[in-house]
Design a protein around this ligand. Structure first.
Ligand code: UTP
Length: 440
């Protein structure tokens, strides 16, 4: 079918009229966009979106446990195992950076966002330099795959080029764009951009396994002998990228295929997905899909469903191969797109692929140490909050190391000096203040 026939078949009369009114060069581009889309899928997603989300009463939903105390006891052992994996060249990092950051309202790639640290480091800079620190310890480069979207791919690479890859060996950094899908007007017709193209938006982080494979990056990792892949979101200012403790914990679990870091929910209203067992299989229920009575349910003072999904996972390479083929459901979000409020954006979520795994474990982490996402321009999960959390965390590292700090100030420590609080002392503090340690 050509573009015109597709629009006729799916009764997109308005779009057809627009297409026919365009000058030839613009028409060709719009036709190309139309042919890239699965209108049957868009049609059914639109029809589904009109239904209220249903939570099946028959589903057996139970909270997932994520003990910390056990982790604290084994931390050193796992750290040693994880460092061994990195030294052997068995582990790689994979970062999801294809999102649009619409809540933050930043135009460029979110990873290039500077959130007001005294060093002016961007989110990418923080992650790159932490990886650099680990690479130095491992005495070899750690492969890093970064998923972008067609909307921010070039700008992302430019950000790395402008900063000379933050000192990383560029041969070990690979970028690839994820897929996109047309956004729909609340009336069901595809939205057009100012340039008369279809408004194609990233199709969610669920396409990451497919995109990793299709881009050739999965094969690249396999060729290098990678056995473990650490996966994270770009927007977490405290991320311990490629965390050896976490990788070591996964390796120690024998037949476990994947692991997710989990922190306790801030409060019942926090907009995060929750880890549960759904019909005995690990699953994440998105905030919007969680019935209010379960969201608020308490045992004494504690929330029953409090295991927040923070977008930090570790996979065995075979699990990535498997999940690449797992068909995923679509979720619908309502967002302002091309100035159209309540536009429909369809997304797939990576955690839906966990259902295809035989063995999966959760790993309890501490929010103040590891999780400060930048989602909103103000309030919770804002740049200000991330700046303060990072400043307080690094200050606590210095206090623990016995440094004579100014109690009224916050601190930023360069990742090249310390990855997670190690290697600090009062002497280093005095030597590095104003250089690799900044006060604010
Ligand atoms: P979010 O779901 O928080 O989306 O992404 P976002 O794009 O950062 O922000 P909003 O919702 O538009 O305000 C969580 C992680 O998943 C990645 C993001 O880059 C982030 O690391 N992501 C999200 C993708 O890689 N692709 C997508 O299509 C969506």
């Amino acid at each position: 079918m050509n573009a015109k026939e597709i629009l006729q078949k799916y009764k997109q009369d308005e779009l057809l009229e627009k297409l026919e009114s365009l000058p030839e060069n613009e028409r060709e581009l719009l036709e190309k966009d139309i042919l890239s889309q699965d209108f049957e899928l868009l049609n059914s997603l639109y029809n589904e979106s009109k239904k209220e989300p249903v939570f099946s009463e028959s589903d057996d939903i139970r909270p997932i446990q994520f003990p910390h105390s056990e982790n604290d006891l084994r931390r050193e052992m796992w750290q040693a195992t994880g460092m061994h994996l990195l030294k052997q060249g068995y582990a790689a990092a994979f970062t999801l950076a294809g999102g649009q950051g619409s809540r933050l309202g930043f135009e460029g790639p979110k990873g290039a966002y500077e959130f007001g640290l005294p060093s002016k480091r961007s989110l990418f800079a923080l992650q790159a330099e932490r990886l650099l620190r680990l690479s130095a310890e491992a005495e070899r480069p750690i492969p890093w795959c970064i998923m972008t979207s067609p909307l921010n791919h070039k700008e992302t690479i430019n950000h790395f080029e402008e900063h000379s890859y933050f000192g990383l060996n560029r041969n070990f950094v690979r970028f690839f764009p994820q897929g996109t899908i047309a956004a729909l007007h609340p009336n069901g017709s595809p939205i057009l951009t100012k340039e008369n193209r279809l408004a194609l938006v990233p199709d969610g982080n669920g396409g990451c396994f497919r995109a990793l494979a299709q881009s050739g990056c999965l094969a690249w990792l396999v060729e290098q002998g990678i056995r473990y892949v650490f996966l994270n979101n770009i927007d977490n200012a405290l991320i311990r990228i490629c965390d050896p403790v976490f990788l070591g914990a996964l390796a120690a679990q024998g037949n476990c295929e994947a692991m997710a870091k989990v922190v306790a929910k801030r409060d019942a209203a926090e907009k995060v997905g929750i880890f549960v067992y759904k019909n005995k299989k690990p699953a994440v229920i998105e905030y919007t899909d969680m019935p209010e009575d379960l969201r608020e349910l308490k045992n004494g003072d504690d929330l029953v469903f409090d295991g927040a999904n923070i977008g930090i996972y570790a996979f065995k390479i075979e699990a990535l191969r498997k999940m690449q083929k797992t068909p995923l459901p679509w979720h619908t979000a309502k967002k302002t797109i091309e100035n159209i409020p309540q536009a429909l954006k369809f997304e797939q979520f990576l955690f839906d692929a966990f259902q295809s795994l035989n063995s999966f474990a959760t790993f309890g982490a501490y929010r103040d140490d590891e999780f400060s996402p930048i989602k909103n321009a103000e309030g919770n999960d804002s740049p200000k909050m991330a700046r303060e959390m990072l400043g307080k965390l690094h200050k606590s590292w210095l206090i623990q190391a016995g440094a004579q700090i100014n109690p009224d100030k916050l601190y930023e420590i360069s990742p090249t000096l310390s990855y997670a609080g190690e290697g600090l002392s009062d002497e280093i503090f005095k030597r590095e203040l104003g250089k690799n340690i900044l006060e604010f």
